[in-house]
Unconditional design. Sequence first.
Length: 202
Amino acid sequence: MTSRLDRLLGDIRACTLCAAELPLGPRPVLRASRSARLLVVGQAPGTRVHASGIPWDDASGRRLRDWLQVDAATFYDETRIAIVPMGFCYPGKKGGGDAPPRPECRATWHPRLLPLLPNIGLTLLIGQYAQAYFLGAQRKSSLTETVAAWHEYIDDGLLPLPHPSPRNVGWFKANPWFDDAVVPALRERVRKLLAQAPRKHP
């Protein structure tokens, strides 16, 4: 029998709501399972991920997996880790980087999808768009301040992170406390979380 989540994922992957606004056309990229314990929320796919259909299939993904201290097989095991970006399709370019995630995903699909992931114990909020959506008024005045206040959110199952893009190498050099304090705490939380069996739900 097809589950509500499977049907919804099928609808999302067939979505063409903002096709006219997408320079490479729609190709929603996400992974989710009811049993997933960790939720990774980034911005939106880049061109490489659009081409492959595999989330975090780039240098940013390699750094993220290093932060989590998980191998690719674990990272892409959707029964353990859900990957649901703020925008599911490549949004195009703006200025010197990618455009913001299309808002249609957040408005149309997130409110329907996230309640169908009942076993999530930790949600990684990667970048300003995920932090704005999930933290709302609790977000600080900058991404750096929000990430530095990670201990204020983690007991609620939320962890704000910078984007692991190679373009952010200057940020990592300027903020050594991230590697010293946040990454070890993240690894420990993820290790414990992925070792747990999913909670039973009717």
